[in-house]
Design a protein around this ligand. Structure first.
Ligand code: HAM
Length: 418
């Protein structure tokens, strides 16, 4: 787990702003679920043989004997909340958005953290409409572009439905059985438990078999094929480039039909997929609810920030034109303290270096802050009920009556922006 330091915040701000403005435009409502859930929320949905369930879940037994897990991802908790609170009654579909910490007990490395903050968009309920697959894919693409990631490309595939997936699994198992002895130990197990995962393997020794493996697209039923075609037509219409990738199956059991991932090539590719998602039309039923078609994706602040760093994209804090409040003497310090508060009430950004007593040191701090105007208060000004307003861009200053201070400051801030 890691710290996100002040120096990282300008990047996080850009990503957060991109996510929240997309959520606002596409009418997604924010949802927050607890960091812990009963472990069954994940067991039921992600699948027993998955890495997430077997290796990466932080789980604990409470004093009362309940088995809980720190959420490794947002989709099952959001579906649990959708079902538990009958959110379908509020209108169909429900568009839900989250920005929450997730936890996976993985080997910490570039792009992989044990605590990370996922941005997720989920559309649940209504019709199984390919337009929503395309909308969610476009949102993921916009999120990366608006976060200043360069050159993210989209891979897409269909993993079929209850009707056609078993046929594909059979074909895949038959093909891999011929190569069983040459596969890595994990893949030999996958062949027994979950043949689709064979396509997920990253080991060198298993790569040659992937290339010649049967193609899912050849086994899709008419419904799934039609769905995929329509999604691709929407993407073509929006000139969103994609690559159909038969080996993309994603590491979670709840997906059906559309699955997709965005990643960058070249610099930044080391972090892995920046965003990933797909349809999860059966999850509501698997979790004991009424059927509800669904599609969504998630991305993490950390992975996007790592990619930006590798692409050498520097994000600096937005410059703010500030007023610096300085004092000379202890009585004036009290007055300056009050002036700072009056600036806050008037919505004027301000700064101070109260703990420095010398005016010279304070003005040096003003320079470091990049302040454009200073309000200086000394003994004389208190006595005369005035303040000194100094234009820090040219050093010109004026003594103004205290009641006119705000007006003078506003004038100078406006002039400096011109
Ligand atoms: P996922 O592919 O496991 O899918 O994760 C989605 C995104 O979360 C990844 O593309 C990556 O940006 C980020 N991520 C995953 N693991 C880590 C990690 N250890 N450190 C940093 N970032 C990470 C899901 O979680 C699905 N719930 C996505 C989804 C939503 N599918 C449908 N709706």
């Amino acid at each position: 787990m890691h710290d996100v330091l002040p120096v990282d915040q300008p990047t996080w701000d850009v990503i957060r702003e991109a996510a929240t403005s997309l959520a606002a435009f596409y009418r997604f409502s924010r949802i927050q679920t607890p960091v812990m859930e009963h472990i069954s929320v994940f067991q039921k949905s992600e699948g027993e043989g998955t890495d997430l369930m077997e290796k990466e879940m932080y789980s604990l037994k409470t004093k009362g004997g309940d088995l809980l897990a720190l959420r490794p991802e947002g989709t099952p908790p959001v579906m649990r909340a959708y079902l538990q609170h009958s959110l379908s009654r509020l209108g169909q579909p429900q568009k839900l958005f989250y920005m929450e910490p997730m936890f996976r007990h993985d080997n910490p490395q570039l792009g992989r953290y044990r605590q990370f903050t996922q941005i997720g968009f989920e559309i649940i309920g209504g019709l199984n409409d390919p337009a929503y697959d395309a909308q969610v894919i476009l949102i993921a693409s916009h999120l990366l572009k608006d976060s200043k990631v360069k050159g993210a490309s989209l891979r897409i595939n269909s993993v079929g439905c209850r009707v056609c997936r078993p046929n594909y699994k059979k074909a895949l198992s038959a093909y891999y059985k011929n190569h069983e002895k040459e596969l890595c130990a994990d893949c030999q197990n996958r062949l027994k438990d979950n043949p689709l995962r064979l396509l997920d393997c990253k080991r060198e020794q298993c790569q040659p078999f992937k290339e010649k493996a049967p193609n899912f697209l050849d086994k899709l039923c008419a419904g799934c094929m039609g769905h995929l075609k329509e999604v691709l037509e929407y993407l073509d219409e929006m000139q969103q480039p994609y690559r159909l990738d038969n080996t993309l199956v994603r590491g979670l059991d709840y997906y059906s039909r559309t699955v997709f991932e965005f990643a960058v090539e070249g610099k930044g590719s080391e972090v892995g997929a920046l965003a990933g998602g797909g349809r999860f039309d059966y999850l509501a039923e698997t979790m004991g609810g009424k059927p509800a078609p669904a599609i969504g994706f998630a991305a993490s602040f950390e992975r996007i920030a790592d990619a930006l760093r590798l692409q050498e994209t520097k994000i600096s804090p937005k410059p703010v034109r500030r007023v610096f409040v300085a004092h000379a003497g202890s009585l004036a310090k009290r007055k300056a303290f009050k002036v700072l508060e009056s600036l806050r009430l008037s919505g004027i950004p301000a700064a101070e270096a109260m703990s420095r007593e010398s005016l010279k040191a304070q003005l040096k701090a003003a320079d470091k802050e990049g302040a454009v105007v200073a309000v200086i208060i000394g003994q004389k000004e208190i006595y005369e009920e005035t303040v000194i307003v100094r234009d820090l861009t040219n050093g010109l200053q004026e003594t103004v009556p205290a009641p006119r201070m705000l007006e003078e400051i506003r004038k100078r801030l406006k002039a400096s922006s011109g």
